[in-house]
Write a protein that binds this ligand. Structure first.
Ligand code: DGJ
Length: 703
């Protein structure tokens, strides 16, 4: 519900509330938090004149407020301070924003501000997804009369709390080790979480979970580029949170009548971590995620053969994949150009390498006969200098003349801010896709942006324009090829964010397929994103990235919770493993709907003994994963069942463990006392279990 009158606005979801109140031409936060909070914020001006603007949703430089602000600008006369006043509220229905907006939020409260000299106005848009406790927020600055205005910062969401002592999680990592939770305790001063690499990044994810007592807030951004989150704890023990696209090198010139609009940030509220994750997953499923319908069951060639995939080995891999129950055979990296046998060549040359892979008619015939669909990998944001297309495309490379450009994985980045490049790429990819007719395309992005060599361009909006360009191209291809399923990837999970999910229904969660590492990566990702948006493949043991051995059962169990597939060499796989994968796909097909569309609950993820449970709305059917990361006999409790219902529980059969069968057990007992898993780190399995993990999958049905 959004309500307002002249001096007051109320933004209220099922569980969250934000009240704004006018006082002396300023708009203050009157209440914030759980919908029943009766804590009214004392917004009287502090007497010490060090900070006169208490709690707001818009801040700027030019008052006695030295906290980080949402808006910074330089004016024609060289000044950089200003004075804004709140003017009025209004509602807007057909809101236009060039950045992705939540699809079901149709109505926005617009809060209008203007500066004293009436030369600049600011519009703050606030919309809600009431059921999923999510608020969407973005800003627009309009230059009404300033001869020249340089915008140096405009973030997407600000919330001020009149207290401190919050804890927060940031999600940090690196290639193959994305979204580890870093636990922070708020301290006086400024904390910044940000990315400057051009992508939302594996190093610092834009989502931050901020909490105290039973109030949990997820700040997130629907944007795939550089981002910045600031937590400012003032000397008066108040807390300001800001989130938005990064102002790193931002310098946007606005002439009279011109405006700049920010990407949309989201705030999701929950009464617990699990509650927060449920709301965020549901919000992203209904408002953000591109829905391709049923996602394919994929065999991906990368971990199987890497660059050695060729016409003499892929047909037998395809045959084996079909035997397993796979429906789409994906030619990952290596199918194009003439020399793509390593990472140094041919990125940019999206033509089929017939000599290496056989002709397209041969590919189609082979796959058709097996009843398999056809998938391709592309990396359209990079360019190899060692390629046939270099001369033609080098003018689009982000290279600064006179400098030695940074070559990463054999490529230079392309200037996606340039429409000419996007038109060129659209035509090129259109030609290839229309000719080869794939059913599925994996869009990869394997480098960061370092050299910014732009000829005659405004450098100050580059990182925004790049992301806009990326969205523009994928959107055009989506429209031109509505039947192709596009999956996202960026060296694994380097660009796993709400903006990317707007265009890709699922993203390759990580290049690390080691079952133990995957548990952490997948469950941390699931704090914000639905299981449906994560692609997980069963891979070989020892693992390609960690070189550690694990049993086929653990690899299967973990991969089950998302968009499943297989990515290992099937030509040298033993019968035992093959049969287990075959059975796993049967199981997956049977329960896929529940796994992907059910509600996801988890017990304490920081405890080495914990569980995931996916339950249907009526709480009659569930699939659970029991996770042991220490060799300890203990009971594992489930979450999310109906304590008053009775259930039958049976484990997915694993040859290396005794079946778990429990008849007629109450939901209360399953959730309070739990299930004891007798076999822990089975002796027979020890050799195969270098990652010290024991997992079981349970099928739970109410009686
Ligand atoms: C990085 C991706 O994350 C991998 O899955 C694979 O596609 C390689 N690139 C191919 O170069």
């Amino acid at each position: 519900m959004i309500k307002f009158d002249k001096d007051f606005a109320l933004i209220r979801t099922k569980e969250f509330l934000l009240e704004l109140k006018k006082n002396n031409n300023q708009l203050y936060i009157n209440k914030i938090g759980h919908k029943d909070t009766n804590h009214i914020i004392d917004n009287k001006e502090p007497s010490n004149l060090i900070m006169t603007l208490p709690n707001m949703t818009f801040s700027y430089y030019g008052e006695c407020d030295y906290r980080e602000s949402l808006f910074y600008a330089h004016y024609e006369d060289g000044s950089f301070s200003d004075h804004f006043v709140f003017t009025y509220f209004e509602k807007e229905n057909n809101v236009n924003n060039k950045w992705p907006l939540p699809k079901n939020i149709k109505e926005y409260l617009v809060i209008n501000y203007v500066n004293e000299r009436d030369t600049i106005s600011i519009k703050h848009y606030l919309g809600i997804d009431e059921v999923n406790n999510t608020v969407a927020s973005f800003y627009k600055v309009i230059n009404k009369k300033e001869k020249s205005l340089l915008v140096n910062r405009l973030m997407s969401l600000q919330l001020d709390f009149d207290d401190d002592g919050y804890s927060f999680y940031t999600f940090n990592g690196k290639w193959g080790d994305e979204r580890n939770i870093t636990v922070h305790q708020e301290e006086i001063g400024t904390f910044i979480n940000e990315s400057k690499s051009g992508a939302s990044s594996a190093q610092s994810h834009p989502g931050i979970i901020f909490f105290k007592n039973n109030d949990y807030y997820l700040f997130n951004l629907i944007f795939s580029g550089n981002h910045k989150e600031i937590i400012h704890n003032s000397h008066l023990h108040t807390t300001r949170v800001l989130i938005g696209a990064n102002d790193f090198m931002m310098n946007i010139h606005l002439g009279v009548g011109e405006e700049f609009i920010t990407p949309c940030a989201t705030l999701t509220y929950g009464k617990s971590l699990n509650d927060l994750s449920l709301s965020s997953q549901a919000f992203i499923n209904s408002n953000i995620r591109y829905d391709d319908g049923v996602f394919p069951l994929i065999f991906n060639s990368w971990e199987a053969e890497e660059f050695n995939l060729n016409k003499s080995n892929w047909p037998s891999l395809a045959k084996k994949a079909k035997e397993l129950g796979i429906d789409t055979f994906v030619f990952d990296d290596g199918w194009f150009g003439v020399n793509r046998n390593d990472t140094d060549h041919d990125i940019g040359d999206w033509t089929w390498n017939e000599k290496k892979m056989g002709s397209i008619p041969f590919v189609k015939k082979t796959l058709n006969e097996l009843g398999l669909k056809f998938g391709l990998w592309i990396e359209p944001e990079s360019l190899s200098p060692l390629s046939n297309v270099w001369d033609e495309m080098k003018k689009f490379a982000l290279i600064k003349e006179g400098d030695t450009p940074v070559l990463l994985r054999g490529t230079y980045a392309l200037d996606y801010s340039n429409k000419e490049l996007r038109d060129y790429l659209f035509n090129k990819l259109e030609r290839s896709l229309a000719t080869y007719k794939p059913d599925y395309v994996k869009w990869d992005y394997n480098r960061s942006i370092v050299d910014i060599g732009l000829k005659n361009k405004n450098y100050g909006s580059f990182y925004f324009d790049y992301v806009e360009g990326f969205y523009d191209l994928i959107n055009r291809l989506r429209k031109r090829f509505p039947n192709i399923i596009f999956e996202g990837c960026s060296s694994g999970g380097n660009r796993f964010d709400s903006g990317a999910l707007y265009y890709f229904g699922s993203i390759w969660t990580s290049d690390c397929t080691d079952a133990r590492k995957r548990i952490t990566i997948q469950e941390n990702t699931a704090l914000m994103y639905p299981l449906k948006s994560m692609t997980n493949h069963i891979s070989a043991s020892p693992n390609q990235q960690t070189n550690k051995k694990s049993s086929i059962h653990d690899r299967i169990n973990v991969a089950l919770f998302g968009q499943m597939g297989v990515e290992q060499n099937l030509s040298n796989i033993d019968e035992y493993e093959l049969n287990n994968i075959k059975e796993a796909f049967k199981f997956y097909n049977q329960y896929k709907d529940l796994i992907l569309n059910g509600e996801y609950y988890f017990s304490n993820i920081f405890n080495p003994l914990h569980t995931w449970t996916v339950v249907d709305k009526a709480k009659d059917h569930a699939i659970a994963l029991l996770i042991k990361l220490v060799d300890k006999k203990d009971k594992l409790t489930l979450v999310g069942l109906d304590e008053n219902k009775h259930y039958n529980v049976v484990s997915r059969h694993q040859d290396n463990a005794s079946d778990i069968v429990i008849n007629n057990i109450s939901g209360k007992e399953l959730m309070e006392e739990g299930i004891e898993v007798k076999d822990s780190y089975l002796e027979s399995d020890k050799e195969d279990n270098e990652i010290n993990i024991s997992t079981r999958v349970l099928v739970i049905n109410s009686i």
